[in-house]
Design a binder for this molecule. Structure first.
Ligand code: HEM
Length: 400
């Protein structure tokens, strides 16, 4: 069955034996039907699928698309989806979206993120010490990739050190593939309640941290305590699993491309560029970005009508040979790697990208510098999250 006839989540899964590549059907769509209607969930929803880079940017950059999943026509597995709380601003349009995005813009500016470089390096070294200290093999995902981003988000928000374990263990439950629905709901509730208490504390006694600045917005009447706590929870949701997956998958991609890893050490590829290329090549947001048109939009020869759903496949756009030569090759020295759309495009483009970049620039070279013999443990398979919105390894047993 072709993608157009049945675009089920199963088809989104990566091809057997090629876990770093998107399904091969996308290459055919880019050539033959780059903007095409697909059938989802038994034909109940028929969004447009966008597979080329240029069209992806045109759709995501258009003011005539909405991210509001409650609008009729929005591609969603359940009809009549409930609205996300305002603090989860990725699911809202301007001006509601802009209110929160603006409140956070300064938090992700270079100077603030640079201030997190040293604490992030220390967190990384500590986690690596823990991994190598007690054994000769370990699950890299559990030991390093998963805890690191949530501990960095603790630093970003200003969660006190003594609460890091609480924060980290509940955020791990939130994205664990082993946790039940009830366990995830309990973790969500516990983190929400915790963040609400933290906002209250910071209103009474402000510090120099992100939660205190959100608390100041509450005092100024910009938004409520609940909204401020939701923003904190959303940052965790947006920045934890994504970065964890990118760390795990990035390490795996470098292990599978030893020539590229060597090029990094020989100085033939610059670190920042290498990270961009890994983001392009791996595109962990592999289920695409969903939108609904609010007005008619013409892209190329196709008119997407107001009310039509759209899914923009970032993983396909990032393998578009019209933009990236030898697009299916990992080339850490690629000159235009930064043109990728792994962080999306347009008004919702990833706010946390400077933080994600900084974490990857520390961890990826750091792991190999410390453990030059790092490899996947013989006889152990890497397991992947196939259906999750952010693709990556769920278990990756390594030895060194
Ligand atoms: C490698 C890691 C990451 C990847 C691949 C990634 C990817 C993305 C993508 C594709 C979007 C666009 C969603 C859309 O348009 O619907 C997005 C939005 C967002 N990301 Fe990230 N992200 C990463 C890490 C982070 C981190 C570390 C944070 C913060 C702690 C973060 C915070 C956000 C926020 C707040 C938004 C919503 C922006 C808006 O709606 O204006 N992300 N991310």
């Amino acid at each position: 069955m072709s993608i157009a006839e049945d675009f089920t989540p199963a088809l989104l899964a990566r091809a057997e034996g090629a876990p770093l590549d998107p399904p091969p059907q996308y290459a055919q769509l880019r050539r033959e039907a780059p903007i095409t209607r697909v059938s989802m969930w038994g034909g109940r929803v028929r969004p447009w699928l966008i597979t080329r880079w240029e069209d992806a940017r045109a759709v995501l950059g258009s003011p005539a698309v909405s991210s509001d999943s409650t609008r009729p026509g929005f591609p969603s597995s359940t009809a009549g989806a409930a609205a996300m709380p305002p603090g989860y601003f990725f699911a809202h349009d301007d001006p509601a979206h802009d209110l929160f995005r603006r409140a956070l813009t300064r938090e992700f500016m270079v100077k603030r993120i640079e201030a997190l470089r040293e604490p992030t390096t220390q967190i990384f070294e500590r986690l690596l010490d823990g991994m190598v200290g007690s054994s000769t093999s370990a699950d890299f995902v559990e030991a390093v990739a998963l805890p690191l981003p949530s501990l960095v988000i603790c630093e970003l928000l200003g969660v006190p050190y003594e609460d890091h374990d609480f924060f980290q263990s509940h955020s791990a439950d939130l994205i664990s593939t082993a946790a039940t629905g009830a366990e995830k709901a309990a973790a969500h509730q516990a983190l929400g309640d915790y963040l609400e208490r933290l906002v209250h504390d910071r209103r009474r006694a402000p510090k120099d941290d992100l939660v205190s600045r959100l608390a100041a917005h509450v005092d100024a009447g910009t938004f409520s305590v609940r909204d401020a706590a939701d923003v904190g929870a959303f940052l965790l949701f947006a920045g934890h699993e994504t970065t964890a997956n990118m760390i795990g998958l990035g390490v795996l991609a470098l292990l599978e491309h030893p020539d590229q890893l060597r090029s990094l050490y020989a100085g033939k590829a610059e670190l920042a560029n290498a990270v961009e290329e890994l983001l392009r090549y791996l595109t962990i947001a592999h289920t695409g970005l969903s939108r609904v048109a609010t007005e008619d939009i013409t892209i190329g020869h196709v008119t997407i009508r107001a009310g039509d759903g759209v899914i923009v496949m970032l993983n396909s756009a990032n393998r578009d040979a019209g933009v990236f030569s030898d697009a299916d090759e990992l080339d850490l020295a690629r000159s235009n790697a930064r043109q990728h759309v792994a962080f999306g495009y347009g008004i919702h483009q990833c706010l946390g990208q400077p933080l994600a970049r900084m974490e990857l620039q520390i961890v990826l070279p750091g792991v190999f510098a410390r453990l030059p013999g790092l490899r996947i443990e013989a006889g152990r398979k890497v397991e992947f999250k196939q259906t999750s919105a952010a693709y990556g390894p769920s278990v990756m047993s390594v030895t060194w």
